[in-house]
Design a protein around this ligand. Structure first.
Ligand code: SAM
Length: 256
């Protein structure tokens, strides 16, 4: 069975029936729909140029800006993601807003014959991801992080790096991420984090109109995960960024 067929088997019944054929190496669940926001910083993710320079130039530079000179470099970021997700061979992983597959490909190596699904709204990013991915256990799809097509509890681990701050309704995306994460499953997030004297709402009101990037308050994401019942929530702040890991409780575990 191909990776795309294995991914389709994880779809909700009604989404499976409506799923179109796989074209250009990914499954297009959006057609004419475009969940990317209207801000130029968000529209940029659809550009045909960005994916060519994303991994080598844009992403490392952006990370430096966000995390500062002392923050983790690309190699360390990959290690952080793998540590937070604690992947084991045979597991299923969802990379939400996977971009050109820069993290997706690493997850594919970590899970052996397991399955990795990368979902993103941008055709040009996905085209690059497909081109750069050799592993046969990876499926890509064009879809909205706020309306994931998967059944509840479908994935052992979920990553969403450098994207929640660009998604128009990040809390809806978090709802969906938590819904499709299996009990006991691990979650890894990388997003913005407010620092300094200004309250997050003020910093956001200044930064978002200029860049399209939402500024999360320091406890906003950890609080949102707690409110959604996750446990083992850990936050590592680096400059104006935060890495957050968490685990979905098993059904036998109580607590809120
Ligand atoms: C900065 S890239 C992050 C890529 C990769 N995860 C990384 O860490 O480098 C942000 C991605 O979020 C995607 N994106 C934005 N809004 C989205 C949405 N509503 N659903 C799915 N993907 C979305 C964009 O298309 C873009 O590829």
């Amino acid at each position: 069975m191909s990776a795309s067929e294995r991914a389709l088997a994880l779809f909700q019944q009604h989404r499976r029936a409506a799923a179109p054929a796989i074209e250009d190496g990914w499954l297009d669940l959006l057609g004419e729909e475009d969940p990317t926001g209207a801000h130029p910083g968000q529209r940029l993710m659809l550009s045909s140029v960005l994916p060519h320079i994303y991994e080598r130039i844009w992403r490392p530079l952006g990370a430096r800006l966000l995390m500062g000179a002392a923050g983790p470099d690309t190699r360390e970021e990959h290690k952080i993601a793998l540590d937070m997700l604690a992947l084991r061979p045979g597991e299923s992983v969802l990379d939400v807003a996977c971009g050109p597959g820069n993290f997706t490909r690493n997850f594919a190596l970590a899970v052996g014959d397991g399955l990795v699904v990368g979902i993103d709204a941008s055709e040009t990013m996905l085209a690059r991801a497909v081109r750069e991915t050799e592993s046969t256990n990876v499926a890509y799809m064009r879809g909205d992080a706020c309306a994931l097509p998967f059944q509840d509890d479908a994935f052992d681990a979920i990553c969403c790096f450098a994207a929640l701050y660009l998604i128009d309704e990040p809390m809806r995306a978090l709802d969906e991420i938590v819904r499709v994460l299996a009990p006991g499953g691990r979650l890894a997030l990388l997003s913005s984090c407010n620092r300094g004297p200004l309250p997050a709402a003020v910093a956001d009101a200044v930064v978002r109109p200029l860049s399209g990037v939402r500024i999360f308050a320091r406890d906003e994401l950890t609080g949102a995960l707690r409110a959604r019942g996750l446990s083992d929530i850990e936050q590592r702040v680096a400059g104006f960024a935060q890495f957050v890991s968490a685990r979905k409780r098993k059904l036998t575990e109580g607590g809120a």
